[in-house]
Design a binder for this molecule. Structure first.
Ligand code: SAM
Length: 286
């Protein structure tokens, strides 16, 4: 068993480095061999894989990733943890530790040597914006995502149309990737214990999507408009979002063979894509 899975050892290690953990950075470290191994197994790492880990903390997951992959890049926002990581990962020459906010990272540069597998126990406050960023803008850089996140967010990612969990995050994730819930994680496996339950999700980004890049811009606008007023009819929300007449929107509904008097939150990913294509064509007609 790794020393980093022993809460008493972790507590002393942090004390020795004079570190008090910060809630704002979601610093709840995994101290459970079984869960760490399950995350790595889910990522199906191969010896030539390039892994990007967001928020390595003290390196509990990193050491397991480094043992399986060719190269591991870690982005850690908390500068105080860099000396700790240098100590705990001293025997791994294939780990590159970068002091960096993952929200501001240059993913094009990070994936210069090949597509990245992102494996992380994500800081919960940035999980949703990171998923948007990766899937909307950096998809070509990423071959696989395996992340531990807040269970509630995991449920939203895989939610089917119509229910309360289905929203912008569900549609973007299901459009740009194939998402699945890998397993639930109890609060007891963290040091310190968080207030919320967790789950590991797996997403395989699609490299061939239903829409062109230009149509995608419209797709994101349609999705955001619909979920900004999710209880209204699709007809009403799209009329105000696109500043068109109700008749024009209704005509698009007819072309799409969709009843736009439905609540927008019941539209499937494919139905959103069909609408986006038609809005795009209307705007770009000769
Ligand atoms: N990977 C470790 C583990 O599993 O035990 C730590 C996970 S802990 C939930 C989240 C880590 O992400 C912390 O080390 C925190 O400092 C770091 N972090 C928080 N916000 C970040 C950001 N925007 N960019 C990079 N790292 C961040």
């Amino acid at each position: 068993m790794s020393k980093l899975s022993n809460p008493a050892y972790v507590s002393k290690l942090l004390q020795r480095h004079g570190i008090r953990l910060k809630k704002k950075w979601g610093q709840n470290f995994l101290v459970d061999e079984n869960i760490l191994t399950k995350i790595v197994t889910t990522a199906q790492l191969q010896p030539d894989d390039l892994v990007l880990e967001i928020g390595p903390g003290i390196g509990a997951l990193t050491e397991k990733l480094a043992a399986k992959a060719k190269h591991v890049i870690t982005l850690e926002i908390d500068e105080r943890l860099l000396p700790v990581l240098k100590e705990t990962l001293a025997e791994y020459s294939n780990v590159e530790m970068i002091h960096q906010d993952a929200m501001k990272a240059d993913y094009q540069r990070l994936c210069a040597a090949g597509p990245l597998k992102i494996v992380a126990n994500l800081p919960y406050n940035v999980a949703t914006p990171l998923f948007y960023h990766w899937l909307k803008e950096q998809r070509m850089c990423i071959s696989h995502i395996v992340c531990m996140i807040q269970k509630e967010v995991a449920q939203r990612i895989v939610a089917p149309p119509g229910g309360k969990d289905y929203g912008t995050l569900s549609v973007i994730c299901q459009y740009a990737a194939t998402p699945s819930l890998a397993f639930d994680v109890p609060r007891t496996v963290f040091f310190p214990r968080p207030d919320v339950s967790s789950a590991v999700v797996e997403l395989v980004p699609r490299q061939d999507t239903l829409l062109t890049a230009a149509q995608e811009v419209v797709f994101f606008k349609v999705v955001e408009a619909v979920f900004s007023q999710r209880r209204k009819t699709a007809l009403n929300t799209l009329t105000s979002a696109f500043e068109l007449s109700k008749k024009a929107i209704a005509d698009i509904g007819i072309l799409a063979r969709l009843d736009l008097s439905r609540r927008g939150e019941t539209l499937s990913v494919n139905e959103f894509a069909t609408l986006a294509r038609l809005f795009y064509n209307r705007n770009n007609a000769d």
